[in-house]
Design a protein around this ligand. Structure first.
Ligand code: SF4
Length: 351
């Protein structure tokens, strides 16, 4: 296989329009300084996100998957500048978000929103549903009181909540109902891009599917572009158009959803897939053989040299401790960061 020039992890291309993506991320980094001692001197840094690049076409969903500590949530938060990126560019609808002043950023926020993982902590318990959803409308000078109320009612209908919920407090709602309020607030201003940060993982399995349905219906109607962050790869099968797999702050595989599920080309993706539960026997047969990945994801401060996955990879061989592998093109819509796909190492382990 040939090495692509996407050594920083640029996503593979799909049949969607990639010439003018809604979201373009280039070399995004977020490093957190570590301070130690009585004088709190800087002793190093945690490279939570370490050079991530990808595009998302308009109306597309990119699923970002990885274990806790892989950097996926920090990637989403850095893109929205909820945490300031250390380096890189993030273009949303042609606007470099990283370059915006505080005032410009405040105005631009109407175009980029987030749905948080925990709906309980993301809603102010003292406010009623009406004022929670109204807050972004007021900040961005949306109409008068009557027009805002009309919009809030429309949003409640969109997330399948009855009008009488307008005057309830979050404490009177179930987890799924709270998350619907969070979604209504996030899409109130019809944003172009929404980060969905594990939007169903704090909810009962019985309500997860309904939340996903609501998100998909909203996307179909308004063409919103999603970054869907999750640790649960199985969830992305029916939700994502493309998938990015993250490990220790780097993308290790990117591809269209069918390619990643049917022919995962990175040992880490294969391990994640082999561990998911399936419902049907056909899906079970299609799963890769169980891959035993040793141990936990390493502390990002002790990232292995060479390929960061080598301390857990069942296929690791000599080359893996040298330079970090680049991204190898595995087909039209798939790239993977692994030396097993380098013709130079065809004597390496069987894949
Ligand atoms: Fe495993 Fe080596 Fe591939 Fe890394 S480069 S995933 S250690 S085989």
């Amino acid at each position: 296989m040939s090495l692509t020039d996407h050594s920083d992890g640029t996503a593979a291309q799909t049949d969607r329009d990639r010439d003018d993506p809604m979201v373009r991320v280039e070399g995004l980094k977020k490093h957190f300084p570590i301070y130690e001692g009585i004088l709190q001197q800087r002793a190093g840094e945690v490279r939570a996100v370490d050079g991530v690049s990808f595009d998302i076409a308009e109306g597309e969903t990119l699923g970002l998957v990885g274990e806790s500590g892989s950097g996926k949530t920090t990637t989403g938060r850095s893109m929205l500048r909820l945490t300031e990126p250390t380096a890189g560019t993030v273009e949303i609808d042609g606007q470099d978000v990283v370059d915006l002043s505080d005032d410009e950023l405040k105005k631009f926020r109407r175009n980029m929103q987030i749905v948080h993982q925990d709906p309980t902590s993301s809603l102010n318990p003292r406010h009623r549903v009406k004022s929670i959803i109204e807050a972004p409308l007021k900040i961005h000078d949306y109409g008068d009181a009557d027009e805002r109320l009309e919009r809030i009612e429309e949003l409640l209908e969109m997330v399948d909540l009855p009008r009488e919920f307008l005057y309830r407090h979050p404490g009177q709602l179930s987890g799924g109902q709270k998350q619907r309020v969070g979604i209504a607030r996030a899409v109130a201003l019809n944003p172009k891009f929404v980060v969905l940060d594990e939007p169903t993982s704090a909810l009962d399995v019985s309500v997860q599917a309904r939340i996903v349905d609501i998100l998909e219906n909203i996307q179909d109607e308004y063409g919103i572009t999603y970054l869907f962050i999750t640790h649960d790869l199985s969830l992305l099968r029916n939700v994502a158009d493309r998938i990015g797999v993250m490990y220790l702050g780097r993308l290790v595989e990117v591809g269209d959803v069918d390619s990643v599920f049917e022919t995962p080309e990175h040992p880490y993706s294969r391990a994640l897939l082999s561990a998911i539960s399936t419902v049907s026997q056909a899906d079970e047969r299609a799963k890769p053989d169980r891959q035993n990945v040793e141990g936990e994801i390493p502390d990002p401060r002790e990232k292995p040299s060479g390929c960061a996955f080598r301390s857990r990879c069942p296929y690791a061989f000599d080359a893996c401790s040298g330079d970090e592998p680049g991204m190898y093109e595995m087909g039209e819509d798939q790239v993977a960061r692994c030396y097993l796909h380098d013709d130079e190492y065809e004597e390496g382990p069987d894949w």
